[in-house]
Write a protein that binds this ligand. Structure first.
Ligand code: PA5
Length: 428
């Protein structure tokens, strides 16, 4: 279960400010449901959940099982919405060290030649057993033309062609649009396996399509639980979306009152990538035409020692979104030491989870006192089902909040600007 608590943000608003924003959020939700808003042709992320396709889930699961059995390394080659969702779920649920199954390596998400060179050299290294590595690659690009991804894939593909001339078609899986784009040409030429990104689902809303689900399944995560977690949230919010509307109203009203930065944070470091997914979902959706808060991702308590000063006491332009986990793993308990030289015996008997929880409580109290409106999004457990719920909750929240701002949540015209400048300089 996920609980939203906006009480520590709402108190920074007058009743009138909140009520007006709440009316806007209700209208915005109707706009989503009635499909009569800007970019309504991109609402396919809702249809995925209203009419689940179990056959695709099964197909992805069996492909992932085969890869898990045969691969030492699985490369996820994609950028933006084509990898952030998978990474968010994988990092949230994997162990910090020594995961079972293929090593998952991301590529195509920047333009570092050094990274790619070192990656190819790493692929050349033998396994612990002295065998050549068995490498699989999932290249993910809806347009099929994104430079970072396409260029990295050219190098990875060429290395794999040399390495596995007879099994290349089993080892490369392309996730792209149904037709068009350079990646589809490569699929036709080499007969690579292919999964389709539905035309009406944009990159940052695509984690519950093969874009996210194949890499997540290869990581050994139960994609059915993830997907059906999202389905259950969809059904719940179709019936009753009051707390989501309160949240959208609070964020909208705070923006109108001058809050320009939303610091998305968690005291669980494994949720840093989930923050990264949310950062893209919100940032690329709301940041248009001079509107929107800048979503900044932090990990506490680490970043309390770098950004804590600013958040507590700097320019009062910040709101904060805490993602908390009720029942987190990590059972280390502090023991009483005979000699209390480090002065830590006051913690004796407490688990790390309890100490971390006090750190969260102390931080939110201090920040709210310092003038930072704070929202808490609590997952009672960190598992696939609750992450599925979280994903849909934020997809719908993003659409509702952006429509309140009168912004099209589903396009990204500003991203095209850097591309056209860059392509000109590159002589495309
Ligand atoms: O949300 C989006 O649409 C973007 O972030 C894209 O996912 C990103 O630019 C990658 O695009 P593509 O999948 O076409 O390579």
């Amino acid at each position: 279960m996920i609980k939203l608590d906006v009480s520590r943000a709402k108190k920074f608003l007058t009743d009138e400010e909140f009520d007006q924003a709440r009316d806007k959020a209700s209208e915005a939700l109707m706009t989503v449901k009635e499909r009569n808003g800007k970019g309504a042709e991109w609402l396919g992320w809702r249809d995925l959940l209203s009419d689940p396709n179990d056959a695709i889930l099964e197909q992805l699961h069996s492909m992932a099982t085969k890869i898990r059995e045969n691969a030492d390394v699985f490369i996820v080659c994609g950028i933006g919405g084509s990898y952030l969702g998978a990474r968010a779920v994988i990092d949230a649920l994997a162990s910090f060290f020594g995961n079972k199954g293929p090593e998952i390596i991301y590529a195509g998400h920047h333009m570092s030649g050094q990274y790619l060179e070192e990656l190819l050299a790493y692929l050349e290294e033998l396994t612990k057993d002295g065998e050549p590595k068995s490498v699989y690659c999932n290249v993910i690009s809806k347009s099929g033309t994104t430079l970072e991804t396409a260029l990295s894939f050219r190098f990875i593909r060429s290395w794999m062609q040399d390495q596995y001339p007879d099994t290349l078609q089993d080892r490369i899986i392309c996730t792209t649009s149904s037709v068009g784009g350079a990646l589809n040409k490569l699929v036709d030429q080499y007969r690579f396996q292919k999964f389709v990104i539905p035309d009406d689902v944009g990159g940052r809303f695509s984690v519950l399509t093969p874009v996210g689900l194949l890499p997540i399944a290869v990581a050994g995560i139960d994609i059915r639980s993830l997907f059906y977690g999202a389905v259950s949230k969809y059904e719940e919010l179709e019936e009753e979306a009051g707390s989501l509307l309160d949240y959208a109203a609070v964020k909208y009203a705070l923006f109108k009152k001058g809050k320009a930065v939303d610091v998305i944070t968690s005291f669980e470091p494994q949720l840093a990538s989930l923050g990264g997914w949310l950062q893209q979902l919100l940032g690329e959706s709301e940041g248009k035409g001079g509107e929107g808060m800048f979503p900044a991702v932090t990990t506490y308590s680490t970043d309390l020692h770098s950004l804590g000063q600013f958040i507590q006491d700097g320019a009062r332009i910040v709101m904060e979104t805490f993602i908390t986990v009720g029942d987190s793993k990590g059972g280390l308990t502090v023991k009483e030491a005979e000699e209390n030289n480090d002065g830590l015996n006051y913690l004796a008997g407490m688990t790390f989870h309890e100490i971390n929880k006090r750190a969260f409580e102390g931080t939110i109290q201090a920040h709210v006192k310092g003038g930072v409106p704070s929202v808490v999004v609590n997952l009672d457990k960190l598992n696939a089902q609750h992450l599925g719920e979280f994903i849909y909750l934020y997809e719908l929240f993003t659409a509702v909040y952006c429509y309140s701002l009168n912004v099209n949540p589903f396009n990204q015209p500003g991203v095209e600007d850097y591309k056209s400048e860059m392509y000109q300089l590159l002589g495309k």
